[in-house]
Unconditional design. Structure first.
Length: 370
């Protein structure tokens, strides 16, 4: 059972953000629709939601609204505004105590008031520093700066009680090892995670392990593990999108089409929906219809760009989508635009793109543009 974050509209048209207990995305959507909610958006996949933990001292609905707001706007200005808004009472008490202490010349009261007023900002500063370091790690990973990834990882691993952060870091470190030709060591480094991840989110371990094999360019094992992850993680429709993407990139195009057609897009997160459009574009390129692929790949690339402006986690997806868009444009005779699309993300593609995509870029975009 997962506590899935969602956004919706009430019957009266009010914005709603909360958590729903459900064992699958389909069950979550059914329960929410049964409550009369409309415009329901699941903000988390069930596997990610399985690791949600209540924030001590905060009402769950308030916490849900905060999480939803953060997903929409991660800017520093918005973050500071949330610090003030969600700690207004504490800030008011602290300011009043500080002012009274100064007025009455009571040093202890002034110190207590000052501490109460500063505490929310100090707590935010610590969390924001960890977030900045994680974003720096993601940027270094996207650029292939492996030593910087290794340097940042140890402190971040211990920065939170949520198991997902150290798990994500260890997967990325394993991918670094795989990139550098040490696949067996990379796979072995993750094995101790298998029981913990499988107990909470079936299929997640296999899906992330697949990314390690992809980094090592073992595409057959990558596809096989994605299929296994989907079989184990039926509660999460994003696993089926992963299977479709894996086959669209390296495997059976008919299988990719059939899987994609089986996905109920409404059960996906907004990010998951972007990947559906991305898969459609790749399939059209591989099926020999680049002119039909361009609209889907533009939409996906724009979506990943929007995601990348919020978090560096979107950089690799943006680069890959831009790469396929560039191939489609070049095959339609629009090589100048293809070159412009690929130029900003080429350093990331040189690190992370699969060999078939790089071969297509070399043949259709880079070599002919030279």
């Amino acid at each position: 059972m997962s506590r899935i974050l969602y956004r919706a509209k009430s019957a009266r048209g009010d914005d709603v953000a909360d958590f729903i207990e459900a064992s699958s995305a389909a069950e979550a959507m059914s329960k929410l629709a049964g409550r009369g909610l409309k415009d329901i958006v699941l903000m988390q996949s069930p596997d990610i939601a399985a690791f949600n933990q209540p924030l001590p001292g905060m009402d769950p609905q308030v916490y849900a609204r905060l999480r939803a707001e953060i997903s929409e706007d991660r800017s520093l200005k918005a973050a500071l505004g949330r610090v003030v808004r969600y700690n207004a009472s504490l800030l008011a008490v602290g300011a009043a105590a500080l002012a009274a202490g100064l007025w009455l010349r009571l040093l202890p009261l002034s110190l207590v008031g000052g501490a109460l007023f500063v505490y929310p900002f100090a707590f935010f500063a610590v969390k924001h520093r960890h977030l900045n370091n994680f974003q720096a790690l993601l940027k270094s990973y996207a650029r292939g700066q492996w030593e910087e990834v290794r340097r940042l990882a140890p402190a971040l691993r211990n920065a939170t009680d949520n198991a997902l952060l150290p798990w994500d870091i260890d997967v990325r470190l394993a991918c670094v090892e795989a990139h550098q030709g040490r696949l067996d060591a990379a796979v072995a480094s993750l094995e101790h995670w298998r029981p913990q991840i499988a107990a909470k989110a079936p299929g997640m371990f296999e899906a992330r392990l697949a990314s390690v094999y992809s980094a090592a360019r073992d595409y057959d094992t990558f596809v096989r593990l994605m299929e296994q992850a989907a079989e184990l993680g039926r509660q999460d429709p994003s696993r089926m999108v992963d299977v479709a993407l894996a086959h669209a990139r390296f495997g059976d195009l008919r299988r990719a089409r059939d899987v994609l057609d089986s996905v109920d897009v409404k059960l996906l997160t907004p990010t998951g929906q972007k990947f559906v459009t991305y898969v459609k574009g790749i399939l059209l390129v591989r099926e020999g219809h680049p002119e039909l692929a361009i609209p889907d790949l533009r939409t996906a690339t724009d979506g990943f760009l929007e995601l990348s402006l919020k978090s560096s986690a979107g950089w690799v997806a943006l680069a890959m989508s831009s790469g396929y868009l560039a191939v489609a444009l070049a095959r339609c005779g629009q090589r100048d635009e293809a070159q412009a699309v690929i130029a900003p993300v080429l350093p990331i593609l040189l690190v992370h793109a699969e060999k078939p995509l790089m071969d297509a870029l070399q043949d259709d975009v880079l070599q002919r543009a030279a």
